[in-house]
Ligand binder design. Structure first.
Ligand code: ZN
Length: 281
């Protein structure tokens, strides 16, 4: 599932569309499970037609087109959604086409194999209803140390599970939660509210480092090959993973213990029992 670095890569990939006018929006015929599109019918397309793209932002794991008619178009890839500017992996899973008045970027697409993606064209009021601060917390690449620390103190959940809570901090998913905890040498099952302040500082630094590096590498393309950048190429951060999906491999940091996989809140967690030993507080 695309997390902050993958979605940020999508955003940067279509950033040349800023300033362009949307000539048309087309829902392409797809025989597979339909996307969730708001509003339904032709209104989704007609609302955007002839407006100009003022900005392209990211909200957690979503790309947001800000239009000059105040509409916000939220593109949420969920499991298998992609934003593409050329050469789709398959034609049949192309879902929506935006045609622009731009020589640099004449069109882009939303592609989705499984169809779990969500795309919404919302007024500012609707946007606030769907995506207010109760549902989406501060971005993982914008939050301050004091805010991060305070939010972690409010929950007794295991730290790995807390990091996945988009209302606590937005953008982190299963891959990068495991990676940043390993870099910070924190056991994933430690209670969030019991982390010492030195641990919170280490985690905060690791969060920025892991996510910024992963953005530079254009995200992680896992074995299933689903995630691609806007040019339909693999990301490269998967080669930098220290723990994610590396169960039974020797830890590349300590070269002493094997990476272990456990399940927390129905999701896999990977960690090194040596680097991330559970210390008594
Ligand atoms: Zn280790």
């Amino acid at each position: 599932m695309p997390e902050l670095p993958e979605v940020e890569t999508m955003r940067r990939g279509i950033l040349p569309a800023v300033g362009a006018k949307i000539r048309s929006v087309l829902k392409l015929p797809c025989p597979r499970r339909p996307l969730t599109i708001t509003p339904s019918g032709e209104k989704f397309c007609s609302l955007q037609t002839n407006s100009r793209i003022q900005n392209i932002e990211r909200l957690g794991k979503r790309v947001v087109l800000v239009l000059d008619n105040e509409l916000r178009v939220v593109i949420e890839p969920r499991m298998t959604g992609l934003v593409l500017i050329s050469d789709p992996p398959t034609q049949e899973h192309l879902r929506i086409e935006w045609e622009l008045s731009s020589r640099v970027l004449p069109r882009f697409w939303f592609w989705d194999r499984r169809g779990l993606g969500v795309v919404r064209a919302l007024t500012p009021r609707q946007f606030e209803q769907y995506y207010n601060a109760k549902k989406i917390g501060p971005d993982a690449l914008a939050i301050s140390l004091s805010d991060f620390s305070e939010r972690l103190k409010r929950t007794s959940r295991p730290i790995k599970v807390a990091l996945l809570d988009q209302a606590l901090v937005a953008g982190i998913g299963n891959i990068y939660a495991s990676e940043m905890l390993h870099q910070a040498s924190i056991h994933p099952a430690l209670r969030s509210d019991r982390l010492r302040s030195a641990q919170v500082q280490n985690l905060y630094a690791a969060m920025y480092d892991v996510l910024e590096t992963a953005v530079r590498y254009e995200g992680s393309t896992l074995g299933d090959g689903t995630y691609r950048n806007v040019l339909n190429q693999d990301g490269n951060y998967q080669n930098q993973h220290r723990v994610y999906d590396r169960a039974e491999e020797i830890c590349s940091s300590c070269r002493f213990e094997k990476i272990v996989r456990i399940v927390q809140a129905q999701r896999s967690t990977f960690f090194c029992p040596n680097c991330q030993a559970r210390k008594r507080s």
